[in-house]
Structures are given as C-alpha cells and as structure tokens.
Design a protein around this ligand. Structure first.
Ligand code: ADP
Length: 490
C-alpha cells in the first residue's frame, strides 16, 4: 500500500511541536506493515541542508505566484521525503508560520494552499515514481488537500485527515477564495466556510473520507460545544468517520538507556543513573542541591498549556520543598512572568526560553515530576516521554493526558496500576491538591519507584498505533473499491 503523507512539519527536518514528532515517526512504524509512504512538506531553509542528494522529481511551473518543484530524498533514518521547493513561498528565516514580527505570514493561505494543491496533483498521478493509494493530511495546513481532490472528479484516491489540534484552524477572509483554485461552491456551510470565513481545517473535516485525532478522549471532547471550537456540530455529524488513535513515541530518540543527551544512561532495571541526571540538571540550572522533588516543564508557552496555573501555585510548590525547571517557547508575556518568578526564587526556579531539544531530554531525565497543566490536550507527547524516563507525569485530566496517565488514587495504588497524577477541573486549586499528593508519595520511595518502573516498561512505541492506522487505511481502500464497483454498475 502506498500512502502520501502531507504535513507542514516533520522531525528531524523542521519542528515546532508534537506534529513533527508524529509525522517523522509514523511512516517508519508503518514500514513493517508494508505501507510505503512519502512525506510531502515545504522545503523551508534548513530542510534541504538536511536532505543529502535531493533530486528533482516534478516541476511545478505555476505554483501560486511563481514556479516550484518537488524534490525527493531520504533522511538518515530512512524516511522518504518529498520537499516542496518554492522559494517565493517558503524560503524565509524563522518560524514556519510566523514572520519576524511574530504575526502570521500574510500569504499563509497561498503557502499552504500550494502544499495541499501539490499533494492533490501527486495523488492524481503527476508523479509517476510514486502513485499513492491514499492520502493522509495532518492539521489545517493540509486541509485543502481533500477539497482539491473532491473537486478534481475522476475517482481520486481516498483521503484521511488527522486533527492534531482543533484550535489551529487556518482561517482567512472570504475574498481570498479566488486565489485558492477552488470553485465558489466550496464556500458553503457543508464545505470550507466557517462563520463567513475560509477555514482550511474545516475543509479537511468536511471533505476528507475519514477523520482521525490523536486520542479517544479528545475525539469525544471535540464533539462537545466546550471543546469543539464551533466545529462540534460537523464533528458530531461525521462521528462515524472519526476515530481517536493515541500517538506513540520514537524510542530510537526517546530512550534513557541510549539517549546521548543524558549525563548517565539508565533503565527500569537500574534507576541509579536517573539520580546522576537529577544532580546534573540541578547543577546545570544553578539550583540548590536538595532532597525534595524536582519538577520539570517542557512546553510551548500558550494559554492552552495552562502554565499560568502553575505560576499561581508556585509559592506552594516551593514552600513544600520543591524546585522547578522550565523550558518553554511562545508568548512573550508568559515568558516575562516566568522570568520574574525565576528572578524572585534564585536557586529554586530555573527557566530557559527558546527551543532546545537536548535540554528537553535532560529535563525529562533529571526531573522527578513533569507537570502538564493543559486546558485541553489532543494527545500530548511530553507526558509519554516522561513515563519512558521514569519521571511521573502530573497532568490535567483532559484529552490524551487522561488516556495515557493512570492517576495515583487509592484504588490504583492498591491495584499497582498508577503511573502519575491527574487533576480536574483545570484550576489552580485542583493543581495544588495534585501537587500535595505528589509530595506525599515522593516521601514513600518504594511506592514512587514502583510507579516509575511501571511507566518505563509500558508499551509506548508506535507499533500499536501504527497497526490502528493500517486498519483504517485498509478500511478506506475497501470502501473506495465498493464505491468503484457501485459506480460501474450504475
Ligand atoms: P504540542 O504539540 O501541543 O506542542 P506535545 O506535547 O504533543 O505538545 O509535543 C511537544 C513536543 O515539542 C515534544 O516533543 C516536546 O519535547 C517539544 N517541545 C516543546 N517545547 C519545547 C522547547 N521549548 N524546546 C524543545 N522541545 C520542546
């Protein structure tokens, strides 16, 4: 089976969040199931440098304002990539989505329409070297792909569309439709129209054959008004086509026994190296040496991630003898708040801003507890990495956090199944109570270590989710075949 992945990020070529981790890992996990993939993504600066021997496979003379081409190459890990090289759209420094002023690039509609349009051309057979059986798009940047295919006629391959985060919708003013190569009839409530604007995510939800999201809990939540962002009606209508599949983690990259970023390797069998990492992290961050729990945060700094709640309870966390290390990138105001907190508590709170992959690994290895107080969380990867690294996740009970962490309540502790701590509702008060529970358990080293080992030995890799995607693809192809037969009979 041949599947064309389309996405705006892919680890290790370009990453701003969990989307990149998924798009970089899932295709490799599909290989043992004889699913051959190509990942189509924009050739931002830096992407081509990391792709040795890229060859031109397809010329695109008229790509939204100028010419472009599709280059093919393989990463060192064996990921087959199709890079959309279009300097007028993608050769820009900095973030994939934002200009230097922190605002969206003004032509984002053209940039990601070009990505989606190119995907549709490949799906329709323009690239003889790779003719996909189906197309799998990820997030709003690829939402127009199913729309282009729907309007292309002529029995296009079926499309799957994965929601990694419903909050990012790719909304644009209605008059821009003229630039998008879609017919006016697409601008309707059953199409890509979203409250008077063009919604790229909405297009994906409306036109893809199957929808997935990254945890069963989030798949339920987004059908409600509270989490549906105005799309809950559509998602309820499409409920039969929507499934939640929890992400896996790439254990070649996230494994404390082999991670080159760590001060010492360790495993569930021998946790001694974890203590070395803890000391090294405290030293690196100029924190006081201490026996109390060390809390870690690795996160985008946005309202979604709820770090304002953690800031609110920080005095309690410190008074109870905790220390905290935060690595974050995102909103300037939130950065300032955390910088001030670190300034007020030298030796107890350390913060670093910006994007730092090796430091993220060192926090996962050195912390005792990873705090994820998200207001909503489609899947969340950091709590999965924490489980793998023997760092107990303390999480808001929402979305994928709920699905992947088992709360250390009385019954779960007695049954020996707990792996972390939940709190609900997502308020500072509930977070404070969960922290208190974590402090209490930390003083019981045997119970603590049992939880660490349980998390570390849980199957978190991609093999189970990959199988679920294979089943979905097989289902889609069977449905397409049935449709084809019916059409012939007609
Ligand atoms: P989201 O995709 O919403 O940002 P996830 O938990 O799914 O959240 O994925 C976040 C990914 O980004 C993880 O791989 C995490 O380690 C990484 N990450 C987040 N912030 C940073 C940062 N400032 N520096 C390095 N890695 C980060």
């Amino acid at each position: 089976m041949r599947v064309l992945f389309v996405a705006s990020e892919c680890y290790p070529l370009v990453k701003t969040g969990g989307l990149a981790d998924v798009v970089g890992a899932l295709p490799l996990a599909l290989k043992p199931f004889e699913v051959e993939t190509r990942v189509l993504l924009p050739a931002y600066p830096g992407v081509l440098d990391r792709l040795a021997g890229a060859r031109t496979l397809l010329a695109l003379p008229d790509l939204f304002g100028s010419e472009g081409r599709v280059l093919g190459a393989q990463t060192a890990d064996g990921l087959d990539v199709l890079a959309l090289d279009a300097p007028h759209l993608f050769e820009r420094d900095g973030d994939p989505y934002l200009g230097p002023n922190g605002q969206d690039w003004p032509d984002n509609h053209c940039r990601f329409a070009a990505l989606s349009w190119t995907a549709s051309r490949i799906a329709l057979g323009d690239l003889p070297a790779f003719q996909p059986d189906l197309v799998h798009g990820h997030d709003w940047q690829t939402g127009l792909t199913p729309a282009y295919l729907r309007f292309a006629g002529d029995d296009p391959p079926p499309t799957a569309f994965t929601i990694h985060n419903l909050a990012f919708q790719g909304l644009f003013p209605a008059p821009l439709l003229d630039e998008l190569r879609l017919p006016p009839s697409s601008f309707q409530v059953d199409g890509l129209e979203y409250w008077g604007r063009i919604g790229f995510l909405k297009a994906g939800l409306a036109y893809a054959d199957r929808l997935t999201t990254v945890s069963p809990a989030y798949a339920r939540e987004i059908r409600t008004a509270e989490h549906g962002m105005g799309l809950d009606g559509l998602l309820r209508r499409r409920g039969a086509d929507l499934v939640g599949i929890v992400n896996g983690i790439d254990e070649t990259i996230w494994n404390p026994a082999t991670d080159p970023a760590l001060a010492a390797p360790y495993s569930a069998r021998s946790l001694r190296g974890k203590a070395t990492n803890r000391r090294a992290l405290a030293e690196e961050c100029h924190l006081e040496a201490d026996d109390g729990p060390l809390f870690g945060v690795v996160s985008r700094l946005t309202v979604q991630k709820g770090l304002d709640l953690l800031l609110e309870v920080l005095p309690d966390l410190l008074a109870a003898g905790g220390r905290l290390v935060l690595l974050g990138a995102g909103e300037r105001a939130m950065e300032e708040d955390w910088r001030a907190a670190a300034g007020a508590h030298p030796g107890r709170v350390a913060v670093r801003f910006g994007y730092d992959e090796p430091f993220a690994h060192r926090i996962q290895a050195g912390a005792d507890v990873l705090v994820v107080p998200s207001r909503f969380e489609p899947c969340g990867l950091t709590q999965l990495y924490a489980l793998r690294y023997g760092t107990l996740p303390l999480v808001a009970r929402t979305g994928g956090l709920e699905d992947t962490v088992i709360d250390a309540n009385h019954a779960a502790l007695q049954d020996g199944v707990a792996t972390g701590f939940h709190f609900t509702p997502v308020t500072a008060g509930a977070l404070r109570m969960a922290l208190e529970r974590a402090f209490r358990l930390f003083r019981q080293p045997r119970a603590w270590q049992a939880m660490q080992r349980r998390g570390m030995t849980r199957a978190l890799d991609w093999s189970v989710p990959a199988e679920a995607y294979v089943r979905l693809y097989q289902d889609m192809l069977a449905a397409a075949r049935r449709r084809g037969k019916t059409a012939q009979q007609d």
